[in-house]
Design a protein. Structure first.
Length: 175
């Protein structure tokens, strides 16, 4: 990307991916971006689980009743989790890391999609967090925020149209 503004306009949720693998160098850059994410009081409360195996991605795609199917078609998924005992704002800290993963992926020409996990349920009514916790052996004290899918884009989406920005949602000085 030329600049941050272009990056922000072009980053769109991509749910369809090609079969092309993501290079180890790109995976490293994406994970470095996550590990550079700021946290409250430098708590570094976030952690990440990288999933690349097709069978695991397929199984992980059943973590929610709706909206998780793109995981099965991704070449890589990163489970974003955090330790709430290290930060009372773990949700915000993990969210920042998750968006940095997505922005780094876009900068590399890759697609990504945020799959919400926290406060979501499987088709059987089980907590999506518990489903993932059991599947991946995550300690109980860790909280799962989301899964970020990644891959080479197999769909095109138009950049964000800044003419459609909802400026009425911006308040200066007071409501």
């Amino acid at each position: 990307m030329k600049n941050l503004n272009d990056l922000l306009k072009n980053r769109r949720s991509i749910r369809k991916y090609t079969e092309e693998p993501i290079s180890p160098e790109n995976v490293k850059e994406i994970l470095e971006a996550a590990l550079m994410a700021p946290t409250s009081k430098r708590s570094l409360c976030w952690e990440f689980i990288v999933i690349e195996e097709t069978e695991q991605l397929e199984k992980l795609s059943h973590c929610k009743a709706q909206g998780a199917k793109p995981i099965a078609g991704a070449k890589l998924a990163i489970v974003v989790l955090a330790d709430p005992s290290k930060s009372d704002v773990w949700i915000e800290d993990a969210s920042i890391a998750a968006i940095l993963i997505q922005l780094q992926a876009e900068d590399l020409g890759l697609g990504s999609c945020w799959i919400q996990v926290r406060n979501r349920l499987t088709e059987n009514g089980q907590s999506a967090e518990d489903y993932i916790r059991e599947m991946l052996g995550i300690p109980y004290e860790m909280e799962v925020l989301s899964v970020i899918t990644l891959g080479h884009k197999n769909e095109e989406k138009r950049p964000f149209d800044t003419d459609k920005a909802q400026w009425e949602k911006v308040h200066i000085g007071c409501w």
